[in-house]
Design a protein. Sequence first.
Length: 87
Amino acid sequence: MNMSLREYEETYRGNRRLVRNNLVSFSRDTLESIGIPKQGVNLMGAALGVVINGARLDLNKSKTLALEFKDVGNTERSLFFGFKLKW
């Protein structure tokens, strides 16, 4: 099968999305079936997301001040304080 680069990238993204959505659905269903409440499942998902992706906590409404957590699951985790300026 000959695919252009664009077709390959679209297929790859679609496959990743399909696998991710099925894994999330399976994990939620499994955890809820063993008696964990939906709120607990959501909390565990959020905690896992912070470990995998890091997190940004905006300190004001204009989002110019923020704390950013990076590499939370790593031994060299870090916390950054950021200040955005528009020039």
